[in-house]
Design a protein around this ligand. Structure first.
Ligand SMILES: C[S@@+](CC[C@H](N)C(=O)[O-])C[C@H]1O[C@@H](n2cnc3c(N)ncnc32)[C@H](O)[C@@H]1O
Length: 434
């Protein structure tokens, strides 16, 4: 047992190092490894939790160390961060956390660190009250967000910034999309009840369910047969807003991993064409897998959507979904590593990539056709301002109301994370004047 626990702790160390130092995505790092079954849930819990609270824990640890640990001892630093996370956020007895962490010094072959780890953790336990009140009162540290993001959110949402920061630290709901081509939402909910799982129907979408129990996806009734797909409630709105009609030519311009493509195909099996485009070959494999499991088809093409000559057959589209690459600041509760990976400079690059995509795709849209612009960002530069700029420069573009989201005075609709159990998404629908 002891060896297995050490192994699990070591895996957490390795994965978190890849995220924090090498800036790799947590989901990718977890997927790339064969996690031991017995400790899989624990490893994920620790990795997600540490990413969610890292910025806070790092500040706390700095107060416990007389001087920062040198770079070559980042492993010891991380070991302490994991232990502090456990002490603050889990029910594991303090003595076990301390003992296991001290033992890890041996595992990473730094026996000298035993004393340090022991000392730091015991000091924390003794002075917990004082230390946690002492940690910087800045909202960024308190809520473990990068300062640049808190600043941008404060400017964009002065009244709502605190609620957004809180929502980002909440545990995301487990949302699924029922495949209505195979089973009604009511019947699927009855099936869940039979399996002793409780669930709530999503308010805005006809197909969304939030499952209230923690259960591995593969254990959901009918998962392998494609009765359900894992998808956030806000993401499910894309296909409904697109409302694909028989005989149409539809383009999903940024399709991988294919969640929305599959939904479009399920919603309208009689399209003339459905092209799923993505520039990442590896991610396109995921599109194919997802389409196959859900037993729907689309033409999966690997190309840069902006480089129209490389993929377009010259026929205009009736409908285009642009689920644009974005800062993903609307899905932090689901991907807490975004707090550690995203930099302020990334946002400007993403804004220009989105602009390039909008301009290019507009050229392949039929007069009278529609383009649905979607992001999972909560930053106006990527959303409302992006679309305002586009409208100012494109004389034949017209903004039309959304069907599943409330009408407001603003350009497009911003769903904030947590709103009716949805992730933070932005939607805007544009029509090309004929
Ligand atoms: C938000 S994700 C799409 C999620 C997907 N629509 C779904 O629902 O499963 C954005 C995708 O855009 C792709 N992408 C980014 N720039 C692109 C470009 N210039 N051309 C094509 N795909 C691009 C990325 O590889 C990424 O898979």
């Amino acid at each position: 047992v002891k060896t297995a626990i050490r192994q699990a702790r070591l895996l957490c160390q390795t994965i978190l190092t890849q995220v924090i130092d090498k800036k790799q995505s947590l989901a990718d790092c977890l997927a790339a490894r064969d996690l031991p079954k017995a400790h899989q849930a624990w490893i994920k819990h620790i990795c997600f939790g540490v990413c969610r609270w890292y910025i806070y824990l790092d500040d706390l640890l700095a107060r416990l160390l007389s001087k920062p640990l040198p770079d070559k001892h980042q492993d010891v630093h991380l070991l302490l961060i994991v232990a502090l996370y456990q002490l603050l956020h889990t029910h594991t007895p303090e003595a076990i956390i301390v003992n296991e962490s001290v033992e890890m010094a041996q595992v990473i072959r730094k026996p000298w660190a035993r004393k340090l780890i022991n000392g730091v953790l015991r000091t924390f336990i003794r002075q917990r009250q004082a230390l946690t009140t002492e940690v910087s009162l800045s909202p960024a540290i308190q809520t473990a967000h990068p300062a640049w993001l808190v600043e941008q959110l404060s400017q964009a949402w002065p009244q709502l910034v605190d609620a957004i920061l809180q929502a980002n630290n909440a545990h995301p709901p487990f949302s699924v999309r029922v495949n209505l081509a195979k089973i009604s939402r009511e019947d699927y909910m009855a099936l869940l009840t039979k399996h002793r799982l409780t669930a709530t129907a999503g308010e805005r979408t006809p197909s969304g369910i939030v499952i209230n129990d923690a259960v591995p996806v593969h254990d959901l009734p009918g998962f392998a047969e494609g009765l359900v797909a894992v998808q956030d409630l806000a993401a499910q709105l894309a296909a409904y807003e697109l409302a694909p009609a028989p005989g149409q030519r539809v383009l999903d311009a940024c399709a991988a991993p294919g969640g929305k493509t599959a939904h479009i195909a399920q919603l309208q099996p009689r399209l003339a064409r459905l092209i799923a485009l993505d520039k990442h070959a590896r991610r396109n494999e995921r599109v194919k897998e997802n389409l196959q499991r859900l037993q729907v088809t689309a033409e999966v093409v690997c190309a840069d959507a902006v480089d129209i000559d490389s993929w377009w057959d010259g026929q205009l589209f009736d409908s285009i979904l642009l689920d644009a690459p974005c800062s993903a600041t609307g899905v932090i509760r689901r991907h807490p590593d975004i707090k550690l990976l995203r930099q302020a400079e990334d946002v400007q690059k993403l804004v220009s990539e989105q602009r390039r995509l909008l301009n290019a795709l507009w050229q392949v849209l039929k007069p009278g056709g529609q383009l649905l612009y979607v992001t999972c960002s909560v930053l106006p530069v990527e959303n409302r301002q992006q679309i305002e700029n586009f409208l100012a420069n494109q004389a034949d573009a017209e903004l039309v109301p959304l069907n599943y989201l409330p009408a407001t005075q603003a350009v497009g609709y911003q769903i904030l994370p947590g709103e009716q159990a949805m992730d933070g998404f932005y939607y805007a629908k544009l029509v090309k004047r004929g």
